[in-house]
Design a binder for this molecule. Sequence first.
Ligand SMILES: [Zn+2]
Length: 145
Amino acid sequence: MRGFDCYVDQSGCGLMLPGDHGQWHPAKKPTTFRTTKKSLYDKLWRKCPGCPYHVPIEGSARGFGNRSSMAEDYPQRLAKKLADLMAEEPAEDDGDLIMAVPEVLPPLEDVPMEEEKKPEIGPDEAIILNSRLRSEVGTQAYTTM
Ligand SMILES: [Zn+2]
């Protein structure tokens, strides 16, 4: 698929995880989204704002469990932005909306080596998209003559 690889540090979108002592810290979790939507690529791209510390995704935090499963869902801010951008100016030639691509980043100590994950639209985003569609289409779709 032709597309744009949009790089996002999830710590720039509010991803927080508990460290070994139970305090919450930003987790970097670099993620690349491949999209055919240029506007989405332009607006979603986000680098780490310069966190002093990142919680590693590996391992588990006492009382919370496995950190990588905790980081499976996109942080609220990222999910919202993604949904907004996907709903924005829908064009016929936008093609497939978005998919994750395998990491091709240089190994840093806090870069998790994880399996490719298939992004899913959660119920919240589906509702947002739905209500946007409804406000765009209006009630016309239901009108019978
Ligand atoms: Zn960061």
